[in-house]
Design a protein around this ligand. Structure first.
Ligand code: NAI
Length: 298
């Protein structure tokens, strides 16, 4: 049995932590000694409305269990909201070490019926929300030479899912966001990773069918807690997690087809080579991919 991963004195902002997955993350990390800002606007699944009680109730739960937490009800969807959320951490605990970008909404519609009022708020909460909160925390993390960022993507974006062009775009964008933060944060001991969970929450309770019983939200928090911990080495990585299983999702590049006289016809003719996945490499940043080009073009 390895040593328990504790968070003594580390300060975590967890967005959307008034229910669902975020609440579980907050409870687990607080139970291990993290000082937690429980952020939640408290609206409906589609992002309408608000309820200041959602964050407050989770703070009460944490305190009853002997932990330390404060509630924050700002929206992640604005620059001011992101700034205020991080300020809550500074005001209450004097620092910020961990950001868990978890707040989310759904406005599903097939693409031919997608309208700006369904598109924009989803991008604003998931993608811009992560930007607003993380960018407010970033200078503190750089200054102290320490930070952990965990963002919440989804298989809907990484793999594709009907009716979720808005959500999928925002979620896959968080992968790109994270990979750049991983590169830029490396010299300051800032690690950034992504999870792609499946769990039974109010967001998914009608969608999971027979899987619902197996995928309680509590199964997602262990990987978030690990990625938020001081001992976390991985950065820029993506982890699928559901119901007690966790696995890396990676983007590989095959050896491809190289031809100095490349033409549409030669591509068509060699399609099997173009798409061959045997012998793939997994670049961890753009520079690695340039290395792949050099190998085949020299
Ligand atoms: P949830 O609806 O229970 O939790 C989302 C929370 O975010 C809510 O408490 C909501 O009030 C809060 N929120 C929404 N807009 C906000 C804003 N502007 N500012 C602050 N808080 C806001 O749903 P769940 O499932 O716990 O979702 C958590 C995250 O996990 C989301 O990002 C979701 O997209 C993601 N996810 C969930 C999956 C699942 O199977 N449950 C699958 C893949 C991703």
């Amino acid at each position: 049995m390895s040593e328990a991963l504790g968070f003594d004195g580390k300060v975590a902002v967890i967005t959307g932590a008034g229910g669902g997955l975020g609440r579980e993350h907050a409870l687990m990390m607080a139970q291990r000694g993290a000082l937690v800002v429980v952020n939640d606007l408290g609206g409906a699944v589609d992002g309408t409305g608000s309820d200041k009680g959602a964050a407050e109730r989770v703070v009460d739960e944490i305190k009853e269990a002997g932990g330390e937490a404060v509630a924050d009800t700002n929206s992640v969807a604005t620059v001011e909201g992101g700034t205020a959320i991080v300020q809550s951490a500074i005001d209450a605990f004097g620092r910020i070490d961990i950001v868990v970008n978890n707040a989310g909404i759904l406005r599903d519609k097939s693409f031919h019926n997608m309208t700006p009022d369904l598109w924009q708020p989803v991008l604003d909460v998931h993608l811009n929300g992560a930007y607003h909160v993380t960018s407010a925390a970033w200078p503190h993390m750089r200054e102290q030479g320490y930070g952990r960022i965990v963002s919440t993507a989804s298989g809907a974006g990484i793999f594709g899912n009907f009716g979720q062009a808005n959500y999928g775009a925002a979620k896959m964008a968080l992968v790109g966001f994270t990979r750049v933060l991983a590169v830029e944060g490396a010299s300051k001991n800032i690690k950034a990773n992504v999870i792609a969970p499946v769990a039974r929450t109010r967001m998914t309770e009608d969608l999971l069918g027979p899987l619902a019983d197996k995928v309680g939200p509590q199964f997602v928090s262990p990987i978030v807690t690990y990625l938020a911990h001081e001992s976390c080495e991985p950065t820029g990585r993506v982890f699928s997690v559901a119901g007690g299983r966790v696995a890396e999702i990676f983007i590989g590049e095959g050896p491809g087809y190289t031809d100095e006289n490349l033409s549409p016809e030669s591509i068509a003719e060699h399609w099997d080579e173009v798409t061959n996945q045997d012998g793939y490499v997994v670049p961890t940043q753009m520079g690695d991919e340039i290395g792949v080009y050099l190998k085949y073009l020299s």
